[in-house]
Write a protein that binds this ligand. Sequence first.
Ligand code: FAD
Length: 464
Amino acid sequence: MSDILAGVLVVGGGPGGYVTAIRAGRLGLAVVLVEAMALGGTCLNIGCIPSKALIHAAEAYAHAREQAHSAPFGLKVEHPTLDFARTLEWKDAIVGRLTGGVAALLKRGKVKILRGHATMLDGKTCRVETDTGVQIVRAEHVVLATGSEPVALPSLPFGGPVISSTEALSLPEIPKRLAVIGAGYIGLELGTAYAKFGAQVTVIETRDSILPLYDAELVRPVAARLKELGVEVLTATRALGLSQDGAALMVEQAGSAPRAIAADRFLVAVGRRPRISGAGLERLDLTMNGNAVAIDARCATSMRNVWAIGDLTGEPMLAHRAMAQGAIVAELIAGQRRSFDNVAIPAVCFTDPELVTVGLAPEQARAMGREVVTGMFPLRANGRAMTLRAEQGFVRVIARADNHLVLGIAAVGAGVSELAAAFGLALEMGATLEDIAGTIHAHPTLGEAFHEATLLALGQGLHI
Ligand code: FAD
């Protein structure tokens, strides 16, 4: 096989890599994208999308069971049952539609897709093992987008009943008992879904709180709902390993004797780390930032014309960050002046209730020496939340006390993930409290809680 010459070689076809390739292709660059597994990467195949499909199905099932039990608004549902195999088929069909869409978009952008494992030989040359043999690609620019992988616990290696989020998204059946090690967003999203599917779920977390990256005020409604769902949450607790018969997880809570948590599956969700090994990156002269590839504001690495984006470059490991970086890198390579200088990257936990944060939390702002004003509007005073029977939670806005520039917005509540767009826009546009207060928010919507929170921060609350 003769070598392939490319303007841009993209290693990895996840949200970072495929967006780079599509954008670069549309800008007229000759692009080769190498993907070892499936187009769409973690996000489309074993991450964001399949997890949200399962979360939705689980919520629908829990809702149906609640109607069968109490019919709060008169809807009678009798003996709802769930065909889990069908749920998985439905989830897989969504994944198939999206990954098929990515393939079509790449084709339209005239991107050459090489299916196979890529190993960088130097900063311009890559060896790809395809089904039909080894292919060498030589490129002017290389974009590294190899993503991330789940972190394993040495005391609880993956295999058999010990699973990562990947296996948890395709279990052959709903486990009777599920132990979730790690109460970050991935562990809680999946743990909550399985609790709603009917599993008896125990969550084990070494830190003092679930969702340790979020402040206590935001986490409280999520903790309350877990309790309501019968999920046992053990904080300040360490997973020691499986019992000798493999049927239980031995855990230790500070100051107490070890205890056994019997379960059929043990989901280890203690974090993800950049996928550094396996792609020949160690042969390159890349400066590292901890366990991630170091990049500047243009996503340039320490090597000329070698770029890195997405989870490979560390936190926050989110699909929308990877995509934004990918588009910027493509445009930079095409000669445009761009940089990644966003004010904020929204983060959403699709827990129950959902949680969304953009910008700073009050303590973070104060730690930076800022004097702030805060407004918090509870969803129980929002008409739309009442009609949705989703009154738990609130919207919180913080702004600089001197000029009212909004510094951070957060919400917890059912369906608040959709407010992430309005929150992000406000921060990116440099909105002040007065800008949001002066914007007409449609009635009845959850967005009115955002409006009201800013009114409260201005001392002009209306509906409370
Ligand atoms: P990836 O999506 O990991 O893609 C990297 C690709 O590179 C993979 O397809 C891999 O096969 C390929 N690759 C790696 N090495 C090679 C090689 N040597 N040769 C060829 N190909 C290679 N993020 C959100 O924003 N919202 C969410 O709701 C969300 N939910 C999540 C739920 C779960 C369960 C998980 C696990 C993750 C979730 N994420 C979510 C995170 C999100 O999936 C990642 O941030 C995102 O996929 C990162 O994109 P990426 O392009 O950097 O890497």
